[in-house]
Design a binder for this molecule. Structure first.
Ligand code: 2YH
Length: 276
């Protein structure tokens, strides 16, 4: 699991408006709208609930400790989306207790293993790993004009890849699973096979063959530069929740608006909307 670094997130606060505009150009929907698509929620109804929905972001010092700017950046994303967000003045248990005592609607907090949002009234838990896979597939679907009956290559069959593949099945797509460890892809195949649409799932062991045949890609690996630049044809559309991005800097310039990648924004937005 990748631990974010301050350098991964330090630009986010000042880039939120431009990123939102870019997403609208790529998908027709804003960050909030894509998160609503992922949650299966009507955007207007969700908007009406954000104002006054107080989310307390609690810094967590356990394990490897606080990531400088992490809580502030999560808070900035939430505020940008219209939530009543603040960073807790207290960390850890004291911060959680304070959020309950002061009547916050929800908290968000992360340690080295999980980044979660918890609705304190209805006990819903929004897990960043699950919601990140969901929201990036939603973004890819919007960018592709729907994915029904389309093959979609899922690169990386860890937790984000699994969540992505589940969302692909929800949308009627045909997931093609690739992992550098074929047994990991096969294990995910066994999990997905019994689900509705699970008979359309297949495993690919030759990445170059899959990349030459399938233009819709979810890049959910924790490795850099997994997609060679020469595979980035005009047809390719990529949603890349993996950190670092599997598309090189050169590749990202080549593919331009047909790549969606960020390190915190869409996942956090999807978590927040799912808590409403
Ligand atoms: O980055 C992480 C973990 N790898 C979990 C990611 C789940 N997708 N955690 C962030 C740790 C934040 C730190 N404890 C803080 O600043 O509060």
């Amino acid at each position: 699991m990748t631990r974010l670094k301050t350098s991964d997130i330090s630009h986010i606060n000042r880039s939120l408006a431009s990123y939102d505009q870019a997403l609208i150009g790529q998908t027709g929907r804003s960050m909030f709208g894509i998160a609503c698509h992922a949650a299966g929620t009507d955007e207007q109804a969700a908007r009406a609930k954000t104002d006054g929905f107080t989310v307390r972001v609690i810094p967590v010092t356990s394990g490897l400790g606080v990531i400088s700017r992490f809580s502030e950046t999560v808070c900035a994303i939430l505020a940008f989306l219209g939530f009543d967000a603040s960073v807790s003045k207290q960390t850890d248990v004291a911060g959680l207790a304070l959020a309950f005592e002061e009547g916050a609607a929800a908290v968000m907090m992360a340690d080295d293993r999980r980044f979660v949002g918890i609705n304190l009234k209805n006990r819903t838990v929004a897990d960043n790993t699950v919601l990140t896979g969901r929201v990036f597939v939603s973004a890819l679907s919007l960018m592709a004009g729907g994915l029904e009956n389309k093959p979609v290559l899922v690169m990386g069959c860890g937790p984000v890849g699994e969540s992505s593949a589940r969302r692909l099945l929800d949308l009627g797509a045909r997931p093609c699973l690739y992992d550098i460890r074929p047994d990991t892809a096969r294990a995910l195949h066994r999990v997905l096979a019994p689900l509705p649409g699970g008979d359309t799932v297949r495993v690919e062991t030759e990445l170059s063959r899959a990349l030459s045949a399938i233009p819709f890609i979810v890049e959910a690996t924790p490795a850099a530069d997994t997609i060679p630049d020469h595979r980035l044809t005009d047809q390719v559309r990529i949603a890349a929740p993996g950190v670092p991005s599997g598309v090189s800097h050169t590749g990202a310039r080549m593919i331009g608006a047909r790549l969606i990648h960020d390190k915190l924004e869409l996942g956090t937005a999807a978590m927040a909307v799912s808590l409403l």
